[in-house]
Design a protein around this ligand. Structure first.
Ligand SMILES: Nc1ncnc2c1ncn2[C@@H]1O[C@H](COP(=O)(O)OP(=O)(O)O)[C@@H](O)[C@H]1O
Ligand SMILES: [Mg+2]
Length: 443
């Protein structure tokens, strides 16, 4: 069942049940109320007549005379035309305007089909002279009740029509944008232009459309990134492969001879190793970014991990004559993936040693308000060229003396996998600084 149909049928059921409940209660209440009102009115009227007749002798002649003035008593305002019986003291009928048949019926059973009120007629000395009874047929009351119910029904039908009209209008204004959004979503494609859907509604449907736009932008961005990644990856893999192929062919064709053969073989080995590193780096990065490679967090102290990373690059630093200064305080254990975090710092230290002239400094500290840890890896090298700081973390970005350009992408993925951030900037006195900020305990 479509939303619109659901909405309308709910509406309809609501209207019908409201109608049934009100008309039922109305029926009973109105009937009772009308009978009660009639009785009061009859009593009032009968009292007036009794007062009128109290002054005269009770005989059919005098009664008739007196009752000519009945209209003058303003009884004509009554909606119902009541009829009258005047009784003598010993309950003989002196006067009545009831028809014979009706009278007989009334005398037989005054409760079944009639509403009546009887008031005694008393003379000045307080003696009862007779009685006056005013009679009203129940049918007439019911007729009035019916009349009221009919007008109630008409007003209900009119309001139901208005309500249904409004319902249809709301249904349209709700489902039309949903339908448009659905159409729009079906037509979405990763390739080619997608028009923005202009929805006027500022309600949940509008929100849904906005979310969809945001989602489609993210999807396109992801698709774009993926393409760039494949282009770059194949380029990076081709370069060493071409070198390997060229050298191997040179040897095979006899172009490369004698002493040169060894040099060529060394190139082949070096390029093969580079190739291996790139492939390993790409797969590692892909794993980091996929869901399967979950981080294994344990309580570890970061200064120990930094110490280990420094030890693994010490040989490289000595080889290049670079001094390594570690300024790390003992820190509380935080939740870390030991292997990954070590790899992140080895990457930073490796770059720093490669670019520095004399000295690389690693400095870590707990933040003053205890909200996390900051680690800085700085060198005294050439630093970053203009605009480079925004690019260095991109996959396959490498500068002049760079390698495959995947190291910092891996480092960033690891730090962010720990809920932390990494940023790069130039030192005032020259050289590069990488600043890692860790929140301590990632969720
Ligand atoms: N300490 C540094 N000083 C200056 N430039 C750096 C430093 N570290 C990284 N870079 C720049 O960032 C680029 C990317 O680094 P990275 O992702 O580690 O790849 P790679 O080391 O393979 O070139 C480097 O090629 C270099 O241009
Ligand atoms: Mg590197």
């Amino acid at each position: 069942m479509k939303i619109g149909a659901k909405l309308l049928s709910t509406y309809f059921l609501l209207i019908i049940s409201i109608f049934l409940i009100t008309s039922l209660t109305f029926h009973f209440i109105a009937q009772r109320y009308l009978i009660h009102e009639t009785k009061q009115q009859l009593h009032k009227e009968a009292s007036v007549v009794s007062q009128l007749l109290g002054k005269t002798v009770l005989s059919s002649l005098t009664v008739k005379e007196q009752l000519v003035n009945r209209k003058a008593l303003a009884l004509s305002e009554r909606l119902l035309s009541s009829e009258m019986i005047i009784w003598s003291k010993n309950e003989e009928i002196i006067y009545t305007d009831l028809k014979d048949a009706t009278l007989a019926e009334f005398r037989l059973d005054p409760k079944e089909k009639f509403v009546s009120e009887t008031v005694a007629i008393t003379s000045k000395n307080g003696k009862t002279k007779g009685y006056v009874t005013l009679v009203e047929r129940l049918d007439e009351i019911k007729e009035i009740n019916l009349l009221m119910r009919r007008s109630q029904l008409i007003s209900l039908i009119i309001s139901a029509l208005i309500a249904v009209g409004l319902g249809v209008f709301f249904e349209k204004s709700l489902t039309r944008p949903i339908r448009r959004l659905t159409e729009h979503m079906k037509q979405f494609s990763l390739k080619g232009e997608n028009k923005e859907l202009e929805l006027k509604s500022k309600d949940e449907v509008g929100e849904l459309a906005n979310s969809f736009h945001a989602l489609s932008h993210r999807l396109k961005k992801y698709d774009e990134d993926q393409k760039v990644f494949f282009q770059n990856a194949s380029h990076e893999l081709k370069t060493p492969l071409m070198a390997i192929q060229g050298n191997a062919e040179g040897i095979l064709d006899g172009v490369v001879k004698g002493e040169e053969v060894n040099a060529s073989l060394n190139v082949i080995i070096a390029e093969s190793q580079r190739l291996k590193r790139i492939v390993e780096g790409i797969t590692y990065l892909a794993k980091l970014e996929s869901v399967e490679e979950s981080f294994v967090f344990r309580g570890e102290s970061l200064d120990k991990i930094i110490g280990e990373a420094v030890e693994s690059v010490r040989a490289l630093a000595e080889q290049r004559g670079i001094e390594l200064e570690v300024d790390s305080c003992v820190m509380e254990p935080v939740l870390l993936d030991r292997e990954k975090m070590k790899r992140a710092f080895i990457n930073l230290l490796g770059n720093a040693i490669r670019y520095s002239k004399f000295k690389v400094i690693v400095r870590s500290e707990m933040l003053k308000d205890d909200t996390g840890i900051s680690v800085e890896v700085s060198d005294d090298g050439k630093g970053f060229a203009n605009g480079e700081v925004t690019k260095v973390f991109q996959r396959f970005y490498s500068g002049d003396a760079g390698g495959s350009g995947i190291g910092l992408a891996i480092t960033k993925a690891i730090i962010e996998g720990h809920g932390g951030t990494i940023s790069a900037y130039n030192r005032e006195q020259g050289g590069a600084v990488f600043r890692v900020y860790l929140r301590g305990v990632p969720s």
